[in-house]
Design a protein around this ligand. Structure first.
Ligand SMILES: [Zn+2]
Length: 441
């Protein structure tokens, strides 16, 4: 039986069109205007909704192995799916870290039966100590495609040089958590008005951008493959924009929370808003939003980081860094971006080529084709592709915030007014999310 998703607005990866999407078995067999129908077709009306490819998250903490008191991979996978994600990259800063083939295989096997696809990253250095490079050749043979010491930046320039040389030789991505440890010190929040108010140390933007600058300089002499994780500084964005213009093999992601939230959230010392890199000033937040809007950022990536209650319960100084945001990623990013485009009502009032729609396109490409390209795969809704599909409502508020699929409670979005929600998700023709409900057992 064929299913016709009728009257929706289809995002092709670049722009929008009012098209029907026809699914048969596990394939998209038609995308177009007023396609011929068969009386036996099941027709679903998608009026007022947007259809696109499922999202790809380049940055998730799945907390396996060793840190699963925060949440389990099954719940995280369901939250991801409810948020429209079908693929995610699991960070390697686990206990123990994923720095060798046996650990990579163990984690990959653990994730194999999940409702979404997990790409397990490996670390760049042994034990994530920043001193000795992992055996890249062996890891690549085992299936590794992306390496990151996320949680800390690679401090030693010679180690980073060697990592970039290896990335060129073995065609892998080196994803960098850009942070100079000495400049970040024991900082807790952004360098601004709130650190002295709270009596805690600060993490200035330059702690990030100084490492971005170094890595770009290295990339100019070593044509490796660099990806910048959770960019949160204006100067990092400027340097990245320039490096991209010069044709370097570089990509970058921004986190949804840096697009919506600013450092004033920490004014009361609420540890839910403690994240690394920290929430920044309004001026920086606006610059980051612009970086998505103009297509500079390749990806919006969540940095979803579940923590057990006790690690987020104490003072902001003692609490762990990190926040949730997988299920809410689209809503959070779209809320932040739509404000700059006159609000969601502008969508209804303008044609598909208008600026409000261009803004939605920038959010959707940063969740689909952008991160897909970083991973070297297509994440496009098109005829002939697998029937992987997200149906979203850009006008409606999300159903439940935070997602009830989370087991941990460190969401910064409780009580937040968000707009945009994921209604349905199909993977290989099978409906896995219906009206926001994850359908697996
Ligand atoms: Zn990080």
């Amino acid at each position: 039986m064929r299913t016709v998703f009728a009257n929706g607005v289809v995002f092709s990866g670049t722009g929008f069109a009012r098209h029907d999407v026809v699914v048969e078995g596990d394939r998209i067999v038609g995308v177009g205007e007023r396609l011929a129908r068969d009386p036996r077709d099941r027709v679903l009306d998608c009026e007022g909704r947007v259809l696109c490819a499922p999202f790809v998250d380049l940055h998730t903490h799945l907390r396996f192995p060793g840190v699963d008191e925060a949440d389990d991979p099954e719940s995280i996978a369901r939250a991801a799916l409810a948020g429209g994600f079908a693929v995610l990259v699991a960070m390697a800063n686990t206990v123990p870290p994923i720095d060798r083939v046996s650990r990579f295989k163990e984690a990959s096997e653990r994730f194999h039966g999940l409702v979404i696809e997990v790409i397990q990253a490996a670390t760049v250095t042994m034990e994530r100590q920043g001193e000795r490079l992992v055996d890249v050749e062996e890891l690549v043979e085992a299936g590794v495609s992306i390496l990151s010491d996320d949680g800390s930046g690679i401090q030693r320039s010679d180690v980073m040089r060697d990592a970039l040389v290896a990335s060129q030789e073995y065609d892998v991505v080196i994803a960098q958590h850009s942070e100079d440890a000495l400049l970040a010190g024991d900082g807790v929040v952004n360098d601004g008005a709130f650190a002295p108010l709270l009596g805690v140390g600060s993490i200035p933007e330059v702690a990030e951008s100084v490492m971005v600058a170094r890595d770009i300089e290295l990339l100019k002499v070593i044509p490796g493959r660099l990806h910048l994780q959770h960019v949160s500084a204006r100067e990092s964005l400027n340097l990245f924009r320039q490096a991209k213009r010069e044709g370097l093999r570089i990509s970058a992601e921004v986190a949804p929370h840096h697009l919506l939230l600013t450092d004033s959230r920490v004014a009361q010392g609420d540890p839910r808003f403690k994240v690394n890199p920290p929430l920044r000033s309004v001026a920086t937040q606006m610059a980051l939003v612009q970086g998505v809007r103009d297509g500079t950022f390749d990806a919006i990536a969540t940095d979803h980081a579940p923590h057990p209650h006790q690690r987020k319960a104490g003072s902001i100084r003692e609490a762990a860094f990190g926040m949730l945001g997988l299920a809410e990623a689209f809503s959070v990013a779209w809320t932040a971006l739509s404000r700059t485009a006159g609000g969601v009502q502008m969508l209804a009032d303008s044609d598909l080529g208008g600026p409000a729609w261009a803004t939605l396109a920038s959010v959707l490409s940063a969740l689909t084709t952008g991160p897909g390209t970083v991973l070297g795969r297509s994440a496009q809704l098109r005829q002939g592709a697998l029937a992987n599909l997200v149906i979203l409502d850009p006008y409606a508020a999300p159903r439940v915030v935070p997602s009830r699929w989370y087991r941990s409670g460190n969401s910064p979005y409780v009580g937040e007014e968000l707009v945009g929600r994921v209604d349905d998700v199909l993977v290989r023709g099978a409906q896995l999310v219906a009206d926001g409900e994850v359908l697996d057992a």
